[in-house]
Design a protein around this ligand. Structure first.
Ligand code: ADP
Ligand code: MG
Length: 277
């Protein structure tokens, strides 16, 4: 893998252009062991919720790659489009080159102007996390029927409305409708896969991109990451799909105007990832 073929180095993955062989023209998505987190009293604390790389966890890349491979193959069986082509090494996938949904700054010469970084799409089976913090009048773990939201990725993630995406020219109305349907379809497949293992997905996050080749359609790119799936083992729905266990499960607090919400029955990624490997 020559450095000149490096297309992008992210926090945990590297993207390389393939220049020869049967996959010439495709990309190699390399899952490294780099991990994000923070430092506390000089000690490294790994936490996928943070954006700074603080070290490496041996084996992390291979696990992430196998997990994503399982779900990408499942999507392919179900006829859902993604960038996935094949997995040839334990920490490398061959993928279709795509342009992540994003947009350059309209007036880059202006101080403070910034591009729209890759969009991220969240989907939510039940209300928790930032959704509940934003809308604390909602009962925790109320059924949200896979509501989809778009976020700008960057220093801080900002919710962006679909109208704003259309008006800024980032996505057309048809592309927004397609993207939302696609995210919901994938969310349903991922959720059902966990249900078959007696686990419940509360919410998750995906990245989409336009394929560089062919019709340029919008597909799932990047990975299906265990780190961004909130999974619980105490889902006890009423007839409307609202979880009735939240009184024993959910703990909220508010201090200095900042809300927090935790679910005691949430399963750490390390506990569910092995089921799919
Ligand atoms: N098929 C693809 N074509 C082009 N870029 C991709 C593709 N799949 C994923 N990417 C990009 O590669 C990067 C993967 O590295 P990652 O460590 O996740 O980066 P980041 O730090 O930006 O989250 C992401 O920015 C993602 O948008
Ligand atoms: Mg990423």
């Amino acid at each position: 893998m020559a450095e000149q073929d490096l297309v992008y180095r992210g926090k945990s993955k590297d993207v390389y252009r393939i220049t020869e062989g049967p996959y010439a023209g495709k990309y190699r998505l390399v899952f490294t062991d780099r991990a994000t987190g923070y430092r506390e009293n000089g000690t490294v604390v790994f936490d996928p919720g943070y954006d700074t790389v603080v070290g490496e966890i041996p084996g992390k890349g291979a696990i992430a790659c196998r997990f994503a491979t399982h779900f990408f193959r499942l999507l392919r069986e179900k006829g859902v489009p993604s960038h996935y082509i094949d997995t040839l090494k334990e920490n490398e996938m061959i993928v279709e080159p795509a342009i992540p949904l994003s947009m350059p700054a309209g007036s880059p010469e202006l101080p403070g102007a910034a591009p729209l970084m890759n969009l991220e799409f969240t989907w939510r089976n039940n209300a928790t996390g930032s959704f509940w913090r934003r809308y604390p009048f909602v009962k925790p773990c109320k059924n949200l029927h896979r509501v989809v939201e778009a976020w700008t990725k960057g220093d801080s993630d900002i919710l962006i409305t679909f109208d704003a995406l259309e008006e800024t020219g980032a996505l057309s109305r048809d592309e927004i409708a397609w993207s939302v349907d696609l995210v919901k379809d994938i969310a349903e497949i991922v959720s059902e896969e966990f249900t078959s293992k007696n686990l419940h997905v509360i919410d998750g996050k995906f990245e989409l991109g336009r394929l560089k080749n062919g019709d340029g359609r919008i597909v799932l790119i990047d990975e299906i990451s265990p780190d961004v799936l909130r999974v619980c083992n105490g889902y006890s729905p009423d007839g409307s799909g609202n979880c009735t266990a939240h009184e024993q499960c959910t703990v909220t607090a508010v201090s200095d105007g900042k809300r927090t919400i935790k679910n005691k029955k949430q399963v750490p990624a390390s506990d569910f990832v092995s089921i799919f490997l």
